[in-house]
Ligand binder design. Sequence first.
Ligand code: IPM
Ligand code: MG
Length: 359
Amino acid sequence: MKIAVLPGDGIGPEIVAQAAKVLGALRSDGLKIELEYAHIGGAGYDAAGDPLPDATLKLAQDSDAVLLGAVGGYQYDTLARPLRPEQGLLRIRKALGLFANLRPAMVYPELVDASSLKPELVSGLDIMILRELTGDIYFGQPRGIRTLENGERQGFDTMLYSESEIRRIAHVGFQIAMKRAGKNGQAKVCSVDKANVLDTSILWREIVGDVAKQYPAVALSHMYVDNAAMQLIRAPKQFDVILTGNIFGDILSDEASMLTGSIGMLPSASLDANNKGLYEPCHGSAPDIAGKDIANPLATILSVAMMMRYTFAREDIAQKIETAVRSTLQQGLRTGDIAEAGKQRIGTEAMGDAVVQAL
Ligand code: IPM
Ligand code: MG
């Protein structure tokens, strides 16, 4: 297992160090794990003048999987856009063809009170947002800021989805729903679009419906994105797999993360057509708390579990990591972001050590 490790910026290096400890412990279980480090984001800019240095992309291309911390920091906010940390992330997704972004939102029984919603609305919540990651208005051309004849400036972007892009993400969605059905009963996909307004969405809805014919065991529904945003807060447990495009998925996945009350707990996977993947926590680089040993490393550690599940097809190891995380929560151990009154607060390092202990 050759893993490229890209700690990035802010709290990235601290949380990735804890995930690397977990990987180290798995090594003593007999897994042949090889880690190689490189810079991305602001760290890439500092080291090589580029948020995605060539050496980093090459390492990622030559590895079986990528573990990423987070990118971004105040000191980079004034750089020209091509040099900004997020560009490193967008470029590596595109260059590696990571079109399928899996963002689970689940509520751990131990953390049900961390949600801003009433416990009965979220307890047992376990949904999967599947976001298309390499198309849509994120990458569509033309885009830019132009000056009109009357001298006024105008910004423009292009929302684009080709049939093949929609088809391949839809297949992933139905397949994930079928796998999850074992646990949850009926396999369900809710495809989210804006087909009442956007032509891109009319095609999206048509193609998703067409792909669905190959998965008769999966119940497909369609929902407009504005309604989906509302339903996620009103009754989130009605969803199982939410299948959507890049921009809607960006927004809905942040919303869904807060249902769990603890963005510090949520991992993600971005997969290519061969299950090679980039794994990262859903949260950002949190520069305000960087270097203080208070960030929650669990989302990154759980991203390693997803890596074992999806890229290396080691469901056993994935569950072992997830069980270890559960056990630290059951012991009452909490980083500040998920601590209720009366629970012992521990730091980033100590949380990483506790997970390693529990493995
Ligand atoms: C995310 C982030 C990125 C995105 C940013 C940092 C470019 O918000 O991964 O959701 O918009 O995709
Ligand atoms: Mg986002």
